[in-house]
Design a protein. Structure first.
Length: 277
């Protein structure tokens, strides 16, 4: 097995389809192409973790209890490998129900980790995740990192650990502002990256070619990004919305559906990029 390729999906705008895209591509690589895939949930919302069966809230709490800070003490999550560089990463890998597909889960307390890392001024903190993932680089073909929309130290850790970053974007202007913000951060991280971080490309989500706003977004992105705007677009599809409620990747909800087929094409693009190196 060749060394694991690490890919981050990121946009400085929520609701653009980062988690849906990672869950779709990772599942297709594992199930259709039989690649060994590891996902890292670096988003405190833990959408990927919940979708793939990691029970992040096994006990029911009232709003009063949540306001009092009572949360279930999750163990062996991404939080642990960030806080403790001596932590055995294998203890934090959760095997999903799908063959070849594993997950390092997240939990809502992950949002507190950044302050702990920033407070540690005795060593650089941007390589915490990279240091841990290097321990399993011979065990997987691909690793996908799902980030929250904030450009934080957690995001820097994701980019510093990555070989490639892809930007999903809706067709609204705020999402395109997010593209610009991410590319500026990518350029900054490239100056100290140990993994030759490169920009893989941008793809538009919730795309409807009949709508003027989508056509304008395509033209704007094409002018700015050139060939880095991928020809693959992810159409509006109720199956994508159902991934959250059904806790299943979109390809399982109907592999012949429009979104499932588009994610299959996106997966082929990623595989092609990898084969050309």
């Amino acid at each position: 097995m060749k060394e694991m390729k690490v890919i981050t999906f990121l946009n400085n705008k929520g609701g653009v389809g980062k988690s849906a895209s990672i869950s779709a591509v990772a599942h297709i690589l594992a199930s259709v192409y039989e690649k060994k895939v590891l996902m890292v949930d670096l988003d405190p919302q833990a959408n990927i973790s919940q979708l793939f069966g990691y029970d992040v809230s096994p006990e029911e709490y009232s709003l009063k209890e949540l306001l009092q800070g009572k949360v279930y003490p999750a163990q062996d999550t991404v939080e642990d490998i960030l806080k403790d560089k001596e932590k055995d990463i294998h203890e934090c890998i959760f095997q999903t129900e799908f063959e070849n597909l594993a997950l390092i889960p997240s939990y809502i307390t992950l949002s507190n980790v950044e302050n702990l890392l920033i407070a540690n001024v005795h060593e650089p903190q941007q390589f915490r995740l990279d240091g841990q993932l290097r321990k399993v680089r011979g065990e997987y073909d691909y690793c996908f990192i799902d980030c929250g929309p904030s450009l934080s130290l957690l995001t820097i850790n994701a980019l510093a650990a990555s070989n490639e970053v892809y930007i999903p974007s809706k067709c609204d202007r705020n999402s395109r502002v997010g593209i610009a913000n991410v590319l500026r951060m990518v350029k900054s991280v490239q100056s100290f990256s140990r993994n030759d971080l490169r920009f893989g490309g941008c793809f538009l989500t919730q795309y409807d070619e009949r709508k003027k706003i989508c056509k304008e977004a395509w033209e704007d992105c094409r002018e700015a990004l050139g060939e880095k705007l991928l020809s693959v677009t992810i159409p509006t599809d109720t199956k994508v919305e159902q991934t959250t409620s059904c806790n299943k990747p979109v390809y399982l909800l109907g592999k012949n559906g429009r979104a499932a087929q588009s994610y299959l094409e996106l997966t082929k693009v990623i595989l092609k990029e990898d084969s050309q190196k």
